[in-house]
Design a protein around this ligand. Structure first.
Ligand SMILES: [Zn+2]
Length: 321
């Protein structure tokens, strides 16, 4: 039997023991259990409101989606990085080699890449993975900027080289089909009229009077006039320190100041000035010095034409002026 508790009896004016009967015990237990159930339910309800498994599941799904997106972005960055690396290799080993430019050094490519960590927002610095992604994207941006500047330089150089290649004297001024003789005497030779040793600063192309004479490179006609020795002569300034002269012409097809393209008809073979027969006296100057024009015939001759040129040149070693 459970221990009694005492209660005051007003009729007997005494404290008397009260013993719990089975019925009273059952009643008290029921009250206790009810209270316990109410408190448990309230606690469970509060927990469910605050930490709902549904919210948790949704949050996990969101995290998973965010992770997948972050990985996809990382893959894209890695792909662009690979593309830029390939471009840089082509730049150094192909384009710069063709255009005779030095390859960019690692220092030039990395100069200014990446910033101090403190420059990134605090929210980014809290997460090392996100911070690394930011740094990787910044490196990519820098590499793309370097490559863009490099391609600008390549483009400018290609434009200059194109102009230079087009301007350089590189074809024969008289067509092989018109050519009957090529006098290859460049330098000291016996002058055909004065009969003394004199410097011959060009080549003589023998062709019929009126045969077309062509500009050997792009340039500007700086002079077209009659000279006592040259006869009717055209000077073309090609830029890049090159100049060509076409002498003893029958007549002109250009005027001073006119721009001409390589292969453009500029005049006709003649016998004006100091000359013994119709021919074109052709000179090439580089940096003010006469150079042998034969070294510049490289752009338009087939093997057959070159053989004919050599055979024609073999017919005579004297000059005609
Ligand atoms: Zn000559």
């Amino acid at each position: 039997m459970a221990a009694p508790h005492f209660t005051y009896n007003l009729h007997t004016c005494q404290y008397e023991p009260v013993y719990l009967t089975g019925k009273r015990l059952l009643k008290k237990s029921a009250v206790f259990l009810t209270l316990a159930l109410i408190i448990s339910s309230a606690t469970f309800s509060w927990y469910m409101n605050r930490f709902s498994p549904i919210e948790e599941q949704l949050q996990r799904k969101r995290n998973k989606a965010l992770l997948a997106q972050w990985q996809a972005l990382n893959n894209q960055v890695a792909g662009r990085q690979k593309t830029l690396t390939t471009l840089a290799e082509q730049d150094d080993h192909t384009y710069r080699v063709i255009l005779d430019l030095p390859a960019l050094s690692a220092g030039q490519r990395l100069a200014g890449a990446g910033g101090a960590e403190k420059n990134y927002p605090a929210e980014v610095r809290k997460y090392p993975l996100i911070l690394e992604s930011y740094k990787q994207i910044d490196r990519l941006k820098h590499q793309a900027e370097v490559e863009q500047q490099s391609f600008n330089q390549l483009s400018e150089t290609a434009t200059i080289k194109n102009t230079m290649w087009a301007s350089r004297p590189a074809i024969q001024p008289v067509d092989n089909r018109e050519l009957t003789r090529l006098h290859t005497t460049f330098g000291l030779r016996m002058h055909p009229i004065f009969n003394v040793l004199m410097d011959h600063k060009g080549l003589d192309f023998t062709a019929p009077k009126g045969a077309p004479v062509y500009a050997t490179g792009d340039g500007r006609v700086s002079m077209a006039y009659f000279s006592g020795s040259y006869g009717n002569v055209i000077f073309i300034d090609h830029g890049f320190d090159y100049e060509t002269r076409y002498a003893h012409l029958y007549k002109f097809n250009v005027t001073p100041g006119q721009f001409v393209k390589r292969g453009q008809l500029i005049g006709y073979v003649g016998n004006t000035g100091i000359s013994v027969s119709p021919h074109l006296h052709y000179e090439v100057f580089y940096k003010g010095q006469a150079v042998n024009p034969i070294y510049f015939f490289q752009r338009d001759l087939s093997n057959l034409e070159y053989r004919k040129l050599i055979q024609t040149a073999g017919k005579s070693e004297s000059s005609l002026d």
